[in-house]
Design a protein around this ligand. Structure first.
Ligand code: ADP
Ligand code: ZN
Ligand code: ZN
Length: 709
């Protein structure tokens, strides 16, 4: 009797496919299969075997190849994929494919990569190097291989070994070439002793029970309060039980710092998973996690999809960070998936932040999460002193006011580090005509072009063009850079503090592969310097020697059209301010603003994150915004505005379930982007199930057309 397998393929068709197996051995669900599809060979994931089908068997094609001996995704991962597909309304085949490292989305085998090495043969082991006294080059090989068990090509140079004498020795049957699987990353701790926890830290540790099943813990601890120390000690408990821990950080730039602390503390095996690795390294790390060999898995958001048989704990550090959200293809939120995963595997998950997201705070207040608070800085460091500079009184030059200038000078004189924050890269955000007010805009987007040192650049579509000198509206030669970006302020600093080391950290200055790492290392030496940068600076980095933080401009975030604008600004400022005075010396923060009386600043100034967040939450409640309602956004994008808009108008005709509001269509905030026009429909409901139902209804007609994205 023929045996069929039902599988999911990473294609844009939302259905499962049936193929025939050439043997009668059933396939376990989760195994990768290579199958013919539209004149191509695709990798699919087997879901079930069956002996009967309800269509013409002659139409069924055969599986080309079974790629895995055992399933690459186990049952819990298959369940997670189904959840992803339902919750994010994304095709199952693509969800499954997405969960695999890139190398395994192809027909590559699921074995670890190997290292080509040279070793001694049995015969070679019996030879004493002295027997080769007359042939020093061959003797070198024998000495080296008696010292090291194997030698890779990378070691040839340092050990001064010749390849031609190797060939000779291989011919004599003394040496051989071998391929060894790359070993799992093992680390030996340098400072394994934990800190003695303070009372607040200790009570958090005591309240998290690794063996009590699923529970979501939120550690809300001010910057520098010792959150990391708490989770290090929790990881130790997990290791003691021989379980795996998954630690998520929002950005690749934070991997290094967290890894450093983990390495200092733990003698164990690790897997790192992030976009800085090549496909092979990533596959190796993934396989080490899957085999259970790696005990600590550290990665960015997509590592939440990694298979781990002995997973005992998930930690989501800086849980509020927007980088956990993926904004294309499968639009998942890494933190939320981590929680669902912990729930499905019945293990605890720990979210940590000094500025928890409003969603998480809401979940804590409604007792879905367990809230733990750390209210003071560990290691006796004090919270920094925060002050506003009213820019209406102190007009800034190139972004820097006189009070801030003086303070920078003082801190440098005391051999301290200064950190300046400005969330705008380039020289100036716009070039404007002082005669008629015309501004240089991108021809592909509804956006102004940013002035860089020698180009005009669109930060939205990456279009660049040479700098122009005359106004395209009135023809006058009166174009002036307006406002300032990091480069302009950096030039100011170079001019006024010529003897200081000035380090700029933004997307432009950290392009090179290891540039950011090198820059962070320079800062870590503690030598006096001025660091100026964008939000990269706000992301959980530890700058121990920084005693002054200056915020050059953050007014834009106060009046944002996005309902999350204020929340983000509050988080950003609290985080940036938290970079100051993390060690013994008292820190200071100066915030420059044209709106010094804005209540958000008062909250930052008095360390009232929780208080202000509660106010923002009650506003959301009043306006029935998330997390007090559930919403979904449908974006249509096309090269003609009317086509994008009409698609949504037609969708709006569809009758929706009760209690679901449909708002729009309306143009997106930046309607034109990279020569395409974007329109939005927003669905809102008090009931999640109704919202899901509505999305399904609206998705039906969209599946049939392909003109509009
Ligand atoms: P967070 O993760 O909340 O920013 P960290 O865990 O990085 O805080 O701790 C801030 C600093 O305080 C670090 O230098 C850390 O080594 C130190 N620290 C943390 N806990 C203690 C403790 N119980 N005793 C002494 N120092 C501590
Ligand atoms: Zn003009
Ligand atoms: Zn553009």
């Amino acid at each position: 009797m023929p045996l069929y397998v039902e599988l999911a393929l990473p294609v844009r068709v939302d259905t499962l496919f049936t193929y025939q197996l050439s043997s009668d051995t059933p396939i376990v669900a989760g195994t990768r299969l290579l199958v013919p599809f539209n004149n191509k060979q695709l990798v699919g994931i087997a879901l079930a075997c069956k002996t009967t089908i309800d269509f013409d068997p002659k139409k069924v094609k055969f599986v080309t190849k079974i790629l895995d001996d055992s399933p690459i995704l186990d049952e819990s991962m298959l369940k997670l994929a189904t959840w992803l597909s339902n919750y994010y309304h994304y095709r199952l085949g693509e969800c499954l494919s997405f969960m695999l490292p890139k190398a395994l989305r192809s027909d590559q085998n699921a074995f670890k990569s190997t290292l080509a090495v040279t070793t001694l043969t049995e015969k070679g082991r019996l030879v004493h190097p002295n027997q080769f006294n007359k042939k020093p080059k061959q003797q070198n090989w024998l000495i080296a291989l008696n010292e090291h068990t194997h030698i890779s090509s990378a070691q040839l140079k340092t050990l001064e070994l010749s390849t031609s004498s190797r060939t000779t020795l291989i011919k004599q049957g003394l040496l051989q070439k071998e391929d060894l699987p790359n070993k799992v990353l093992f680390n030996t701790a340098t400072t394994p002793e934990p800190f003695e926890l303070n009372d607040e830290q200790q009570s958090v540790l005591d309240l998290i029970d690794l063996n009590a099943g699923f529970e979501c813990h939120l550690i809300f601890g001010v910057t520098g309060s010792g959150k990391t120390e708490v989770f290090l000690q929790l990881i130790q408990k997990c290791l003691d039980q021989n379980k795996q821990t998954l630690i998520l950080v929002p950005e690749i730039s934070l991997i290094e710092q967290t890894f450093k602390r983990l390495k200092a503390r733990f003698s164990t095996t690790f897997a790192l998973l992030h976009s800085g690795l090549n496909d092979t390294q990533r596959k190796d790390g993934w396989l080490d996690a899957k085999s259970g060999e790696a005990k600590i898995i550290l990665g960015t958001r997509s590592s939440v999809f990694c298979s781990m048989p002995d997973l005992g704990l998930i930690i989501v550090d800086e849980e509020h960070d927007g980088a956990y959200k993926q904004n294309d293809t499968l639009r998942y939120h890494g933190r939320d998936v981590a929680i669902v995963r912990a729930q499905k595997q019945n293990i605890p998950v720990l979210l940590a932040s000094a500025t928890p997201s409003l969603e998480s705070l809401h979940n804590a207040l409604s007792k879905r999460f367990t809230l733990h608070q750390l209210t003071k800085r560990a290691a006796n460091a004090q919270m920094p002193f925060i002050e506003m500079v009213n820019l209406k009184k102190h007009e800034p030059v190139d972004g820097i006011s006189e009070p801030l200038h003086l303070r920078i000078q003082q801190h440098l004189e005391h051999n301290k580090q200064v950190l300046l924050f400005l969330n705008r890269r380039g020289f100036a955000p716009t070039l404007m005509c002082t005669t008629c007010g015309w501004q240089v805009v991108c021809h592909q987007c509804d956006a102004r072009l940013t002035l860089h040192q020698n180009r005009l650049m669109c930060h939205h579509c990456h279009h660049t063009q040479p700098i122009i000198h005359s106004c395209q509206s009135c023809g006058q030669h009166s174009l002036k850079p307006i406002g300032n970006g990091t480069v302009r302020s950096e030039m100011y600093l170079n001019k006024h503090f010529p003897n200081s080391n000035i380090i700029r950290l933004d997307k432009d200055s950290t392009q090179g592969k290891d540039t950011l790492k090198t820059q962070l290392e320079v800062i870590a030496t503690g030598e006096p310097c001025i660091i100026i940068g964008t939000q990269m600076l706000a992301k959980g980095h530890h700058f121990d020697q920084v005693t002054l933080v200056g915020v050059l401009d953050c007014d834009e975030g106060l009046f944002s059209a996005d309902f999350k604008g204020e929340e983000r600004t509050l988080q950003l400022l609290t985080q940036v301010a938290g970079r100051s005075g993390r060690a013994k010396d008292l820190g200071e923060v100066l915030i420059q603003t044209y709106h010094p009386t804005h209540p958000l600043f008062q909250a930052v100034e008095h360390n009232q994150y929780a208080h202000y967040a509660a106010q923002l939450l009650s506003l959301r409640q009043e306006m029935l915004l998330p997390p007090y309602s559930f919403s979904a956004l449908i974006q249509a994008d096309h090269q003609f505005a009317n086509i994008a808009e009409n698609t949504l108008k037609q969708l709006k005709q569809i009758a929706l379930p009760p209690g679901v509001d449909c708002i729009g269509p309306m143009p997106a905030y930046m309607a034109k982007l990279a020569n395409r026009y974007r329109f939005h429909l927003v669905l809102k409901s008090q009931q999640r199930s109704m919202l899901h139902h509505a999305i399904e209804l609206l998705q039906q007609p969209l599946k049939k057309q392909s003109k509009v994205r």
